[in-house]
Design a protein around this ligand. Structure first.
Ligand code: ADP
Ligand code: MG
Length: 360
């Protein structure tokens, strides 16, 4: 990802949920060092302690903000957990569990990886294969793993596509065996799992409230310290590197708000843009009419996998999918012709300048 994009994203994510005076504020790009900020926030009659940290991990800028007597301890524990999971899962690190598994073609899964692989297989099944962790060899072919981007030749793509399919994976007694030529990448689900883990940590430390912003993923612990709802800004996919316009703002609490968009990681060749969400059916970047997919759910892991899956599935299939289990998650979608769709339960909580269609 280009550095400017990273910085913009970081600034945007910091503003993604307002935590102070209720407004969406912009944060200077140079505030992105790994810093500790301890402050107090007004919360009704009593002051609540707070702590905040910016962390670069999982190839993205993250911010953890905690409120409560043990806020600083919670932030430190959260950072430790993020770094532990990054080390375990990163396909960019040859010593990670996932790299070793890809290298050996099989291996014992840690408890964390097992939960993610099981969820990934379940979502693969439920989305007709739109979410598939075996896209890894395709990610490599397109150069997304090395930033050595290129549009693959048809024959190369066809060959690699044969290795893609979660049906070729075998998970038994905590051991995962890959099919011939297969590799897995948990990049579409890892941040959601991580933010769920941080919610557990926040609980352990008895926090009043907390927010985490992990590269387009936001998860909220409770309400704001004063009891009001958080305001989560969702990035406008048309925003350029230098502006941070919003698609809209969602007022909510106690849930994950996770967005997949083509702008997160992409390259251009011959005037065409190629992004990092791959359609496992074609081997090409997904191009099914959606340009931004936000999933709102209590479960970060589900929201993360579904944001990628729905991006691949396109509008119609995504709407049908939501109708089959509306109690599990909600949607905010933007189509390539700038139509915004929101599921009925979010109707009043979401504000936008775009015309909105409500999915009932
Ligand atoms: P981001 O992690 O950039 O916020 P996503 O959650 O949509 O965005 O995940 C994209 C990542 O998921 C890619 O970088 C790649 O590692 C992986 N991925 C890409 N396409 C798929 C797919 N169809 N199914 C599962 N994982 C995918
Ligand atoms: Mg995802």
């Amino acid at each position: 990802m280009k550095k400017t994009v990273l910085i913009l994203l970081a600034a945007l994510l910091l503003t993604a949920c307002s935590n102070g005076n209720g407004g969406i504020q912009s944060v200077p790009a140079d505030s992105q060092q790994n810093t500790d900020v301890v402050q107090t926030a007004a919360a009704g009659p009593q002051e609540v302690k707070s702590a905040k940290k910016d962390i670069f991990a999982m190839d993205t800028y993250m911010t953890v903000t905690c409120y409560g007597d043990r806020a600083q301890e919670a932030v430190d524990a959260a950072e430790k957990e993020i770094l532990r999971l990054d080390e375990l899962l990163s396909v960019g690190n040859p010593d990670s569990e996932i790299s070793k598994l890809n290298e050996a073609g099989e291996g014992e899964l840690s408890n964390d990886s097992k939960i993610m692989v099981e969820e990934a297989l379940a979502v693969n099944e439920r989305t007709g294969g739109a979410f598939d962790i075996t896209v890894y060899p395709l990610m490599q072919l397109w150069g997304f793993t090395t930033q050595d981007y290129k549009v693959p030749k048809q024959e190369e793509l066809k060959k690699v596509l044969e290795t893609v399919g979660s049906g070729q994976l075998a998970l038994k007694d905590g051991r995962l065996a890959l099919g011939k030529g297969q590799g897995i990448d948990l990049g579409g689900i890892a941040k959601g799992y991580t933010s769920d883990r941080l919610m557990e940590i926040f609980e352990e430390y008895g926090l009043v409230s907390g927010i985490i912003s992990l590269g387009g993923n936001v998860q909220l612990y409770g309400t704001k310290p004063d009891g009001s709802l958080w305001k989560c800004g969702i990035r406008d996919p048309h925003a350029s590197d230098s502006d941070s316009s919003l698609l809209g703002v969602l007022q909510t609490a106690d849930c994950a708000v996770i967005t997949s968009g083509a702008y997160e990681r992409y390259f251009e060749e011959d005037g065409k843009t190629y992004h990092h969400i791959i359609d496992p059916a074609t081997g090409y970047p997904a191009d099914n009419g959606l340009i931004s997919v936000t999933i709102v759910s209590r479960q970060g892991i589900l929201a993360d996998a579904l944001s990628t899956a729905c991006y691949v599935m396109g509008l119609e299939k995504t709407i049908d999918f939501w109708k089959s289990s509306p109690e599990e998650f909600d949607l905010i979608l933007m189509t390539a012709d700038d139509e915004v769709y929101v599921t009925a339960p979010l109707k009043d909580a979401f504000s936008t300048d775009y015309p909105v269609h409500v999915i009932e």
